[in-house]
Design a protein around this ligand. Structure first.
Ligand code: SAH
Length: 342
């Protein structure tokens, strides 16, 4: 289908390629877990979702425990984190209405089982316009399509996907000059430099930060990404827990790109929301008390000690998810400063 389209109308952008491939991929399977392609923090341990719930509950209480809150999860996967987070919020009498923003019908079926009361949305535009929003996105922004731009000897070009002589997919430089789309301070970068932008992420953040500023609440983003501009080409494919060729098997493997945290920060600040972080996931979880929580769980379940220690290590160790994954928060309205970003 993609090959036919390229033959008929020419190369497609990296963003169009990634959007089409991921829509087919997520629409046709549950990619999570040992039998799938990758595993995420909430699937590693219930501690992760519980800390997310605790973090929101603490912030909510400090902000005067306002009523009529909405829990909003972007790309909830199997719904595991929502179940863990809401259970931990309930202990503090925080019982928000649950909203899931999810495009995949296959994953919606899993999410309905985990959270039968959830209200589904195609995108953030239809979220309620009243009441504070408690928004969480774990490994969601990395799945949104990125555009790539490359500096050539002749100026900036968009990176495109085309066919080689054997009908395989390959990257190529677009024809038209796109220098106007490049931030001024990057325009004179050396030939070969690649920059990425994520229009879907910035559009969504613009909307969410604006609403949070008016309605109150917070947005918590947990993802792998970079905290200084200029990371280059970060598009990657994962198949059966291994790195794969990004142009092999479109729709059959997960495509993601590192989250551009400076770009998201700039958008949130433009909307006059307060931004905290990004900090490393390991540091954030430790400052919320994951070491003590893990010790307590081990004391009450000694038989699970080894599994609990392994999960704790996976989430916090800089050699595993602890340093690559970052946590960033955005708050608005009269909401207090959140924990974990000192
Ligand atoms: N947050 C979950 C799942 C991460 S996988 C976890 O941590 O386990 C990415 C999730 O985002 C999937 O549920 C996928 O279907 C969803 N998703 C990806 N792109 C999307 C888009 N453009 N709109 C809505 N949901 C999307």
């Amino acid at each position: 289908m993609l090959a036919a389209r390229i033959r008929a109308t020419g190369p497609v952008s990296i963003a169009e390629y990634m959007a089409g491939a991921n829509e087919a991929y997520y629409g046709s399977r549950d990619p999570l877990g040992v039998a799938g392609d990758f595993i995420t923090a909430p699937e590693i341990s219930q501690m992760f979702g519980e800390f997310v719930g605790l973090w929101f509950a603490d912030l909510w209480m400090k902000s005067g425990s306002p009523g009529a809150c909405h829990y909003v999860e972007l790309g909830p996967g199997r719904g595991t984190m929502a179940a863990d987070a809401l259970r931990s919020m309930r202990r503090f009498e925080l019982e928000p209405v649950v909203h899931f923003v999810e495009m995949s019908e296959a994953l919606r079926a899993h999410q309905r089982l985990a959270m039968p009361t959830a209200v589904f949305h195609e995108n953030v535009e239809t979220l309620p316009r009243e009441g504070p929003l408690l928004v969480i996105a774990n490994e969601f922004f990395d799945a949104l399509p990125v555009r790539q731009f490359v500096r050539t000897e002749g100026g900036w070009r968009e990176r495109m996907v085309t066919l080689d002589d054997d009908d395989g997919l390959i990257a190529t430089d677009g024809q038209g000059a796109v220098d106007g789309a490049i931030a001024r301070h990057l325009r004179d970068a050396p030939a070969g430099t690649i920059v990425e932008t994520c229009p879907a992420a910035t559009t969504m953040l613009f909307d969410l930060a604006g609403r949070i500023n008016v309605q109150g609440g917070a947005l918590l983003i947990v993802d792998y990404g970079y905290d200084a501009p200029g990371a280059g080409d970060t598009l990657q494919a994962v198949h059966a827990h291994r790195a794969a060729d990004v142009f092999a098997r479109p729709g059959e493997q997960d495509l993601s790109a590192h989250v551009n945290f400076p770009e998201l920060t700039a958008i949130a600040q433009m909307r006059e929301a307060a931004v905290y972080g990004p900090v490393r996931q390991g540091d954030w979880l430790r400052s919320l008390g994951i070491d003590v929580r893990c010790d307590r769980l081990i004391a009450t379940n000694p038989a699970r000690a080894e599994a609990l220690r392994a999960a704790h290590d996976r989430l916090t160790s800089p050699y595993q998810m602890g340093a690559l994954f970052k946590v960033m928060a955005i708050t608005g309205g009269q909401w207090s400063a959140p924990e974990g970003f000192a």
